[in-house]
Design a protein around this ligand. Structure first.
Ligand SMILES: [Zn+2]
Length: 340
């Protein structure tokens, strides 16, 4: 079906998800391969659990300094070109003749910056199912004022996600800073946003290490407001710690880093394993002399078009991303079968 963009329909999907005890995953993407991997994983997983129209959210950031994804979408490095192409490609992928036509897909504009993304606000905001307005680097009072103004202006036509805190902010004593329930409650009441991002102990672009998702804090915030939290920095904690998010009041999660981190590692390994097929034995010998490849790297084969193409590399990334997406789908849509 066409993209689900209308505010009422989007809220309807959130209500349906809550009814089924699903947490809606948002997978961010900055290229077509990632978009297709997400859709392909959702389609296949939906078929295995007998929900062929499984909903999913695909997100993209614009000029968000830590990762301006619309810039990376094309090599023009122009956000207008990247963002338009993302939207057009998603439309085509959800059109009648596409294998993904049955899926219910929402588009999320992520981490819109209150200052540098001002120009995008002249766009048609109805191109997106939801928008995260991010003024979290400002003091709370100013963050609230700007977010409330944004919600006032666009909240009637698009679902608005607000960030009451920066994610992964550290406190003065180098302690992990967490959002207090008081702050979250005030932000919620004064901005009126649909979805709230709070700092629950995770961190953007970090690998699973000592970081911990603070479930108790999520529950306390939820008790003060209502179940409408969105977890960012999801890649920074093990997926095993995320199986109970629904009961903590989390209704949406954002995922990106893990897709790139793990697919890159696999791509590297596969390319080393197939070194001669990719670059030919002369180049492999040169790399062995330079100490970049070990003596076990084969030198007997010649380069092959099956291995030195962009298609080969993207194929490995695509399959790995599908596998990762499926891992999260199992965590967030798992309740369906248990409840049936
Ligand atoms: Zn984020």
């Amino acid at each position: 079906m066409p993209l689900v963009l209308d505010r009422e329909q989007v809220l309807g999907l959130y209500a349906e998800a809550a009814e089924r005890k699903w947490v809606l995953p948002t997978f961010n993407a900055e290229n077509l391969t990632t978009c297709e991997a997400i859709l392909s994983a959702v389609l296949e997983y939906g078929q295995t659990i007998d929900i062929p129209d499984l909903p999913v959210i695909i997100g993209i950031t614009n000029l968000y300094p830590p990762r301006p994804q619309s810039l990376y979408y094309t090599h023009t490095r122009q956000w207008q070109v990247g963002l338009r192409l993302f939207l057009e490609e998603m439309k085509v992928l959800l059109s009648d003749t596409s294998p993904f036509a049955e899926l219910r897909v929402m588009l999320h504009l992520d981490h819109i910056q209150w200052d540098m993304d001002a120009e995008i606000l002249h766009w048609d905001m109805c191109s997106f199912s939801s928008i995260m307005y991010d003024a979290s680097n400002l003091p709370l009072q100013e963050n609230i004022a700007r977010t409330a103004a944004f919600r006032e202006k666009y909240g009637h036509s698009v679902v608005v996600e607000g960030a009451c805190d920066e994610i992964g902010k550290t406190g003065s004593a180098n302690q992990m800073y967490l959002t207090s329930p008081d702050e979250a409650e005030r932000y919620w009441k004064e901005t009126g946003v649909d979805i709230i991002v709070a700092n629950l102990g995770t961190e953007h672009r970090a690998a699973a290490s000592e970081l911990r998702y603070h479930a108790q804090l999520a529950r306390e915030i939820t008790r003060r407001i209502k179940p409408c939290l969105c977890l960012h920095g999801t890649s920074s904690v093990p997926v095993d710690s995320l199986h109970n998010l629904f009961n903590d009041g989390i209704r949406k999660v954002n995922i990106w880093t893990v897709l790139e981190r793990e697919s890159s590692a696999l791509l590297f390994r596969e390319m080393v394993k197939n070194a001669t097929k990719i670059v030919g034995h002369e180049e492999v010998k040169r790399m062995q002399r330079d100490g970049l490849l070990g003596p076990q790297a084969k030198t007997a084969e010649t380069a092959s078009v099956e291995y030195f193409t962009t298609t080969y590399r993207q194929g490995i990334v695509f399959e790995k991303m599908k596998e990762i997406v499926t891992r999260y789908l199992k965590a967030f849509y798992r309740y369906k079968k248990e409840n049936d």
